[in-house]
Design a protein around this ligand. Sequence first.
Ligand code: SAH
Length: 227
Amino acid sequence: MAALRRSDDQAAQEREFAHLRALMVDRHVAARGVKDPRILQAMREVPRHLFVPSVVAAKAYGPGALPIGSKQTISQPFIVGHMIELLELTGSEKVLEIGTGTGYQAVVLSKLCGKVFSIERLNDLALRAVEIVRALNIHNITIKVFDGTYGWSDQALFDRIIVAAAAPEVPEPLLQQLKRTGKLVIPIGTEGSQRLARVTRVGTSWQVEDCGTAEFVPLVGRFGWKE
Ligand code: SAH
């Protein structure tokens, strides 16, 4: 009887979280301009509260960025949806993500493309992300600890590259690891003054579009900001 009650409680809690996620998507993602129904659905499904530290779990479905430890943050839900929309995924792509953080964005991506390769510079964050990805039974994400400004040469070329930390400029290795007609989305600038750039490879050159303001932690590495 007690076991039955516990699973009833659990089911009720799952329903509550699903409800909060639906509200988050309506109010903080769709209402701010993200339109792709596949992205909105993926964000309705991924249990964001499992990715954030328990002290901020109550705010997991709010509009803001949240601290995740090691002086890093998980991005606001709108920015995650917006950046993924800029990638124009069709479902089969091989995607490189720089800045795994909690793994939340990697998991949203994993539902919208073929394979995700994600690089995190900080061991503790990467380990935790690997654990959550495993617990969720997701098999198309590979995470490694490295300086992501070098890209992932063993796995290149990529159809898409998404960078979740702000760089002084687009790291050259990332441009080299992008397929012809590939797309790369990256925040460029200093803390407090960043623009989101979408770079599209057109044969041997690149076209850059300005896609609005951004607010990310710094991309620290050989082709990023120095420590
Ligand atoms: N996408 C994440 C949030 C990213 S926060 C999520 O969904 O939770 C930015 C992350 O980039 C931080 O975890 C930071 O440690 C990482 N980072 C910064 N510079 C990096 C680099 N050169 N290579 C890989 N990761 C880096």
